[in-house]
Design a protein around this ligand. Structure first.
Ligand SMILES: [Zn+2]
Length: 333
């Protein structure tokens, strides 16, 4: 079609679909007030609710140009099945990043043992689900769990996703418990490999970034959520200098728009560097698609079409450049 451009679909490497319901509800309060409300919401989820609500959220993602989604799921085993069905109904490639949760949080998040977790994961795989291993965080998984999960993911060739270095308090607690920062602990426990994606890494220090680079691990940035929660700024240029791959996630789903995630990421990089040429358009589009797919272990995922006759692209000579610089997801057909 003359007024359309085909490009790879965007890949959302980190979503908690149920958190879409929180948008607008704790504005003006701090991170911890947001977390309390999030836990209340998590407590009340049922398989039926997940099936209906997630399908609606995944349809929004599909309409915004995300054709593959990594759902970081910690709401239980039956709800995981419901999430998979919702993804299929909405027509997104869903990778279930099934979360291991050893301590803290709500009762419903936790498995009795790491063996129990792996048993549940094996059941989901046996049912045909595409999965990844997802220790929730160094806070929620003790050291022996991390060692076992790292070993399993490597042996099975599965993606391993883990939250790390989002908030300073989590780092202080990890240092107090282990004498190591979160990404150092992940390296020591065998959880840093080319199949690893660190979600956030907002406050990673130079030594942690070196470890990521050496391991060829990736970082998933969730810029609109990190902005909304006041997490901080991803050290974009320092990641790039080490050749660390970057992908994007909509995380809390405060916004569902891959172009906004990429533009926010680019804006952070430009403001930090005081320059406009930190990230090329090709690099940004690759972060929005190929890097996310690699992070989820996907080799194929659907393309999308950009409507170049849309008013947002009227009179534009370089539509792909304008896409990232100035468009919303409304230009996706
Ligand atoms: Zn998350």
């Amino acid at each position: 079609m003359a007024d359309g451009i085909q490009i790879p679909g965007f890949v959302n490497a980190h979503s908690h679909a149920f958190q879409r319901a929180l948008r607008g509800r704790t504005e003006g309060a701090d991170f911890w007030a947001w977390r309390d409300l999030m836990l209340d919401l998590a407590r009340g989820q049922t398989p039926g609710h997940v099936r209906t609500e997630y399908a609606a959220v995944y349809r929004e993602m599909r309409d915004a140009g995300y054709t593959a989604v990594g759902e970081f799921h910690y709401l239980g085993h039956r709800e995981a099945q419901a999430a998979l069905e919702a993804g299929a109904e909405a027509g997104v490639e869903l990778v279930l990043l099934y979360v291991a949760y050893g301590r803290g949080g709500l009762d419903r998040f936790r498995q009795a043992s790491v063996a129990d977790y792996l048993h549940q994961l094996e059941e989901l795989r046996a049912g045909g689900a595409r999965v990844g291993v997802a220790p929730h965080s160094v806070r929620a998984c003790p050291r022996d769990w991390l060692e076992e999960l790292g070993r399993y993911a490597a042996a099975e060739g599965l993606p391993l996703h883990v939250h790390a270095d989002e908030q300073p308090r989590e780092i202080e607690e990890c240092v107090a418990e282990h004498g190591l920062r979160p990404i150092e602990l992940l390296a020591e426990t065998g959880c840093l490999t080319p199949l690893t994606t660190i979600v956030h890494a907002t406050h990673a220090d130079g030594r942690e970034l070196d470890l990521l680079g050496q391991a060829c691990a990736r970082v998933c940035a969730c810029p609109t959520t990190e902005a909304n929660l006041g997490d901080g700024f991803l050290p974009v240029e320092r990641l790039l200098h080490r050749g660390i791959g970057l992908c994007i996630g909509s995380d809390s789903n405060v916004r569902i728009d891959p172009l906004e995630e990429l533009r926010e990421l680019d804006g952070i990089a430009r403001r930090q560097a005081g320059r406009r040429d930190v990230l090329t358009v090709d690099a940004l589009l690759s972060m929005g698609a190929d890097e996310g797919a690699a992070s989820l272990g996907l080799e194929t995922w659907p393309e999308i079409e950009i409507d170049v006759s849309h008013p947002q692209l009227r009179g534009v000579d370089e539509p792909l450049c304008a896409l990232v610089a100035s468009c919303t997801a409304d230009v996706v057909r």
